[in-house]
Write a protein that binds this ligand. Structure first.
Ligand SMILES: C[S@@+](CC[C@H](N)C(=O)[O-])C[C@H]1O[C@@H](n2cnc3c(N)ncnc32)[C@H](O)[C@@H]1O
Length: 238
């Protein structure tokens, strides 16, 4: 049983690494037809919340090559901005650092190669914590809820959390209609995730909380997989 869990995690992580490295090494940030084309709108909309700030401390969990963080670093008008970017893949962090230098924000971005579950979020340290399509890749549901708890304590008063989480993901081989195992370590029901969000962020001011159905095709080991997901977007202020 334990061996199966370890083997499943290894397989998912290898598949995920292959597909991310492929995109990161072949596509250019903000000049691509993939998801690297631009920062997510939710992050773009957030920046006005920090317009009066002199200092901004940000944590981006599962940062990838900086799609959201580099935009934040470039947009923030205050004096001091420090963004900790955590990603499992050393290739992602290498390219993130190159991207940051190219965009003249190298001094605002700190790349950290680490799994989210192994990165300790220090208490009251950040004005903004974001995790975009990342928390569902934590290695277990228990570590997922531990991290939500740490995130809620890691935000300073008045700070903001911005989470985008896939849930109820299914994948089907488009040629054979056979079900495939989705490459998501934690694949929870959306209702369960919303319950956890209520539990850990109860009493915060909710800026955005919605769930949208999304379907798209992805290449997977020489076949095309039809992926279906319920994407939860959650933004709240402490
Ligand atoms: C779908 S990408 C999203 C990247 C970025 N947040 C964005 O919006 O462009 C997910 C990223 O999370 C990273 N990742 C996956 N599992 C992780 C984990 N357990 N710890 C840290 N990073 C992880 C992947 O390497 C990948 O770069």
């Amino acid at each position: 049983m334990i061996e199966n869990t370890v083997e499943r995690l290894r397989r998912i992580r290898q598949n995920e690494a292959n597909s991310h490295i492929d995109v990161y090494t072949h596509e250019k940030l903000y000049d691509s037809d993939t998801w690297l084309k631009k920062p997510i709108k939710t992050v773009q909309d957030l920046m006005s919340s920090f317009s009066g700030y002199k200092e901004l401390r940000v944590l981006d969990l599962g940062s990838g090559v900086g799609r959201n963080s580099i935009y934040i670093a470039e947009s923030f008008q205050g004096e001091t901005c420090s963004i900790d970017c955590v990603d499992l893949l050393d290739v992602a962090i290498e390219i993130l650092e190159k991207n940051a230098a190219e965009h003249n924000v190298g001094n605002r971005i700190n790349g950290i190669v680490k799994a989210i579950e192994d990165f300790h979020v220090a208490e009251e340290s950040y004005d903004l914590i974001l995790a975009v399509s990342a928390l569902e890749h934590i290695d277990s549901e228990r570590h997922f809820t531990d991290k939500l708890s740490e995130i809620s304590q890691g935000i300073r008063d008045g700070g903001i959390v911005c989470l985008v989480i896939n849930s109820e993901v299914t994948e089907i081989d488009s040629a054979t209609e056979k079900a495939l195992e989705p490459n998501y370590e934690v694949n929870l029901k959306s209702e369960q995730i919303l319950k956890y969000l209520d539990e850990f962020f109860g009493g915060w001011t909710i800026i955005k909380k919605n769930t949208t159905d999304q379907k798209y095709n992805i290449p997977r080991d020489g076949i095309t997989s039809r992926l279906s997901t319920k994407v939860i977007s959650f933004v709240a202020q402490k």
